[in-house]
Design a protein around this ligand. Structure first.
Ligand SMILES: [Zn+2]
Length: 228
């Protein structure tokens, strides 16, 4: 059974956050119950065993949007479940969202989340497309974020490449600064023997209730494999 990593962004009601890169708290709660009922063990990204025959799932929240960090802990707590939030410590708002920019979690909130058993990961300092940047800039982006988070006392061992943008250089630099897990936007379950710094994920959209999510994760890849 391959490991499964789900990728979320915002978590909030449609009236406040819209549908783009958002799921409602009710939908997220349904996802949690759906996977736990099916015997998945909830892990943080750094806590994944990535071993065969382990039925495990990691819920990741890119950008650590304030709306996500406000809603996720209360949804996860009754299940003893931990999430992974990828923080951008150089920004207070999601500048890449243009007119839909939203507040990102404060450092205090990130510390509170880690104390509550959640993982905080490195999502660079200013959220650039990393592939194509020089080694110096890639190093600066990852290192500034790492320092900003670690200096506050957070333990940071995984990275999420903004926009999924990464290449061999990005991965080498991430490894060099001590990061041991990395998540991308490559689609699918984590195959056996996957590079731990290039783990694929399944991106969850607003309309993805459990039936659509099941289709995305298990049915569509099968259909694609047989050419349908
Ligand atoms: Zn991002």
């Amino acid at each position: 059974m391959p490991s499964l990593i789900l990728c979320y962004h915002k978590v909030g009601p449609e009236s406040a956050e819209g549908r783009f890169l958002n799921v409602s708290p009710e939908t997220l709660a349904k996802h949690v119950k759906f996977f736990l009922r099916r015997g998945f063990q909830g892990r943080t990204v750094s806590g994944l065993a990535l071993a065969p025959n382990v039925r495990e799932i990691a819920f990741t929240f890119d950008d650590a949007y304030q709306c996500a960090t406000d809603h996720v802990p209360e949804i996860f707590k009754p299940h003893g479940l931990s999430a992974t939030f990828y923080a951008v410590p150089g920004l207070e708002e999601s500048s890449w969202d243009g007119t839909r920019a939203r507040k990102l979690a404060s450092m205090e909130k990130l510390l509170e989340l880690e104390r509550g058993g959640h993982e905080i990961g490195n999502h660079t300092y200013r959220h650039p497309h990393l592939a194509g940047l020089t080694r110096r800039i890639v190093l600066e982006e990852l290192l500034l974020a790492q320092q900003a988070l670690v200096d506050q006392g957070l333990s940071i061992t995984s990275v999420c490449y903004p926009f999924g943008s990464h290449n061999d250089l990005t991965v080498r630099v991430a490894k060099r600064i001590g990061l041991v897990r990395g998540v991308t936007l490559s689609k699918g379950l984590v195959p056996e023997g996957a590079d731990p710094l290039r783990l694929p994920r399944v991106v969850v959209g607003f309309r993805d209730g459990p039936p659509l999510l099941t289709y995305k994760i298990w049915v569509r890849p099968l259909l694609q494999r047989v050419g349908l």
